[in-house]
Design a protein around this ligand. Structure first.
Ligand SMILES: Cc1ncc(COP(=O)(O)O)c(C=O)c1O
Length: 406
């Protein structure tokens, strides 16, 4: 059977239209875009066109786009920039559900003397905007709130957050790596200062990203060297992938409403079917304020990694919300921030769809999942009647002590 790919928040297949445009840049069009001769000029024009396409898709101007190597670099650059440009401001605000590309930078800055306010979320993953408002101080250098969460798909109200930051004159960054290509965006109206995106989440290749820097927002380069990207990001541009990113953003923007409607309908059928056919299953994250392609479901008494293995045996590929590392099973920081109970958090599976998923694929998942969960529950030490309180033994096959309460 052809494998079924339901892991599009991890990465996506390169769209054929995108591949077609990038291939000539990997063969004949090999000039350096900074070169003065015709080889350089040809490629320089492609670079300029890609910048225009990305800008058009986001509703900003091409000069506000800096190409980078990935979403992580874009996030790092934004945080670094805001901090370096405001040496007197030692306070940052972010959330407990950020991707490590923001989370670990904030933790790093905290260790180096910055004061970080970590905003919590409620059981559906939403922020308390009054808490955000109260957290802002005269020495706040930056607020960083993701546009959409990679694990649950929960979407944050960036326009409202931008208003709050503006009132206090505080810079705002958003990690929109999961949002670009899945949600319509208009940066001319949004009011954020920095926005990170990544090619491989929207059917362009891995190893390319972009950072939007609002005209007038302070900027300090993160990668130093040559004068590429108008001195904002050194290093010869990855032109083939940048061309691909330009095309991918254009494709996504052109079809976003119709694709979202189709993908959401498939996602909803999958979600409803799983919740109805499998007892003790629950949805993680917000039911409505969510990316159209994402559903994160916990199956009580079973362990995510084991579910994934059995799914993979049947050719169904998704992600779990936990990682069995060094002999202990740690539920994801996102599910912990939502307060998902221990016996559910360990058994969480994220299905993330794309324009390439079909109804027949959803049918296959709906047919196979009840059997997988029943098989694992029959072996689970935590099945009904044998439940362990939080803090009991780990449900993972490693039988390490439990992580309950953390
Ligand atoms: C929300 C979010 N931010 C940042 C990243 C990092 O992007 P990249 O893999 O391009 O570095 C990811 C990737 O999973 C993500 O989901």
């Amino acid at each position: 059977m052809k494998p079924l790919y339901f892991d599009n928040n991890a990465t996506t297949r390169v769209a054929p239209e995108v591949l077609e445009e990038m291939l000539p840049v990997l063969s004949d069009l090999y000039g350096n875009p900074s070169s003065m001769h015709r080889f350089g000029g040809q490629v320089g024009r492609l670079l300029a066109r890609a910048r225009e396409r990305v800008a058009a898709g986001l509703g900003c101007s091409p000069e506000e786009i800096v190409f980078t190597s990935c979403g992580t670099e874009s996030d790092n650059t934004a945080l670094h920039s805001a901090v370096a440009a405001n040496p007197g401001k030692k306070h940052l605000v972010t959330t407990r559900v950020e991707h490590p590309a923001v989370l670990n930078v904030a933790q790093h800055l905290e260790k180096r003397g910055h004061d970080v306010t970590w905003l919590g979320v409620d059981a559906q993953g939403l922020l308390d905007l009054d808490e955000l408002r109260r957290s802002l101080r005269d020495d706040t250098a930056l607020v960083s709130v993701m546009f959409a969460n990679n694990e649950t798909g929960t979407v944050y109200p960036l326009a409202d957050i931008a208003d709050i930051c503006r009132e206090r004159g505080v810079l705002l960054h958003t990690d929109a790596v999961q949002a670009v290509g899945k949600l319509p965006l208009d940066l001319s109206a949004l009011g954020v200062d920095y926005l990170a995106l990544s090619g491989h989440k929207l059917h362009a290749p891995k190893g390319v990203g972009a950072l939007y820097v609002r005209r007038g927002a302070p900027f300090r380069p993160f990668v130093l060297g040559g004068h590429q990207e108008r001195g904002r990001r050194a290093g010869t541009e990855n032109v083939a992938s940048i061309v691909a990113l330009g095309r991918a953003v254009e494709l996504a923007a052109a079809n976003i409403d119709e694709e979202n409607t189709r993908v959401r309908a498939l996602r909803d059928r999958l979600e409803r079917g799983l919740l109805e056919s499998i007892p003790d299953a629950r949805l993680n994250g917000h039911p409505d304020r969510r990316l159209p392609n994402t559903t994160n479901i916990s199956f009580k008494y079973v362990e995510g990694e084991a579910i994934l293995l059995l799914m993979d045996e049947l050719g169904i590929c998704a992600s779990s919300g936990s990682a069995c590392t060094s002999g202990s099973l740690e539920p994801s920081h996102v599910l912990r921030a939502l307060g998902v109970p221990f016996t559910f958090a360990h058994g969480s599976i994220r299905f993330s769809l794309s324009r390439y998923n079909t109804g027949a694929e959803v049918d296959t998942v709906l047919r196979e999942m009840p059997g997988i969960i029943a098989r694992l529950r029959a072996m689970s030490p935590f099945r009904e009647g044998a439940d362990a309180p939080d803090g009991g033994a780990c449900a993972c096959s490693c039988s390490a002590p439990g992580k309950g309460g953390r």
